[in-house]
Design a protein around this ligand. Structure first.
Ligand SMILES: C[S@@+](CC[C@H](N)C(=O)[O-])C[C@H]1O[C@@H](n2cnc3c(N)ncnc32)[C@H](O)[C@@H]1O
Length: 259
């Protein structure tokens, strides 16, 4: 195989960089756009978003009076900054916070410390880079932080909470039991792999992270483990609050049993 052909072949198996596929929810974009409008004079500039599937920002048509306000693929952000700096193209770009100071290029780092939940569900600590702030190298911006935080909180509050039948096991249902200090095991013969329930299909929904249908026997053991976990959680809460739980005596239990 030719070198180029071989590299293309290999590329197919490389895991997709998830941050490159983080599409921006509209309310998040609106907050960012409004912030830029408030803080920078972009009146009369055409706002561009050249980053999209199949896009080619290097051969994009940038008119004279424009500003790029967009969420680029994070894996090539240094290259993108260099490209815009060299051509004097205005930009305000989403950037991964972790590596915000990693490149020693000419730009202002706007630290927003925003935990943005992108359309693919990834929650990524995001800040911004821009060449619209003149001599400023770093701006720590609590205002932008607050506005983006509010969107995330609203989003979390509005997320539906799925309840599954007791014969369904998800990894989070097991994690909940384990986190309360209760051991659980389920045999291979007691499970059937399940991506989503039939009733979910009509709504184009599925079990997040997939799961298993489990036998009635395993479901009863899971229910017992969940009960034990709930009791442990209640005990822990009680000990933290200095609540004393009084137990029934054998004599009292006997009375109850005869009722
Ligand atoms: C993080 S996503 C954000 C998409 C969109 N701008 C948004 O805010 O929702 C980055 C996008 O850039 C695209 N992309 C990758 N390389 C690119 C390139 N060289 N030129 C333009 N877009 C590119 C990816 O396919 C992906 O759709």
């Amino acid at each position: 195989m030719e070198n180029k052909e071989y590299n293309e072949f290999i590329d197919k198996f490389k895991p997709k960089l998830t941050t490159d596929d983080c599409y921006t929810p509209q309310p998040v974009y609106d907050v960012v756009l409004n912030y830029v409008k408030e803080k920078c004079d972009i009146e009369g500039l055409e706002v561009l978003r050249p980053f999209y599937p199949g896009g080619d920002y290097e051969n994009f048509n940038y008119p004279e009076n424009c500003v790029v306000i967009d969420n680029p693929p994070f894996s090539i952000i240094s290259k993108i900054i260099r490209f815009y700096n060299e051509r004097g193209i205005n930009y305000f770009l989403f950037a991964p916070q972790l590596t915000l100071f990693s490149s020693n290029q000419e730009y202002t780092a706007i630290v927003a410390d925003a935990s943005i939940i992108y359309e693919n569900g990834a929650n990524v600590k995001t800040s911004f880079v821009s060449n619209l702030f003149g001599t400023k190298k770093i701006i720590g911006c609590p205002d932008l932080h607050q506005r983006l935080k509010k969107i995330n909180e609203d989003k979390k509050a509005n997320l539906p909470c799925y309840q599954y039948p007791y014969q369904v096991v998800t990894v989070s249902s097991i994690a909940k039991i384990v986190s309360k200090g209760v051991y659980i095991e389920i045999d291979k013969k007691d499970v059937a792999f399940c991506r989503g329930l039939d009733h979910q299909k009509d709504f184009k929904k599925a079990i997040f992270g997939n799961g298993f249908l489990i036998s009635e026997k395993a479901a009863a053991e899971k229910a017992a483990a969940e009960k034990a976990a709930a009791e442990k959680a209640a005990e822990k809460k009680a000990s933290e609050k200095n609540i004393i739980y009084w137990e029934l005596s054998e004599r009292e239990k006997d009375i109850i049993n005869k009722l």
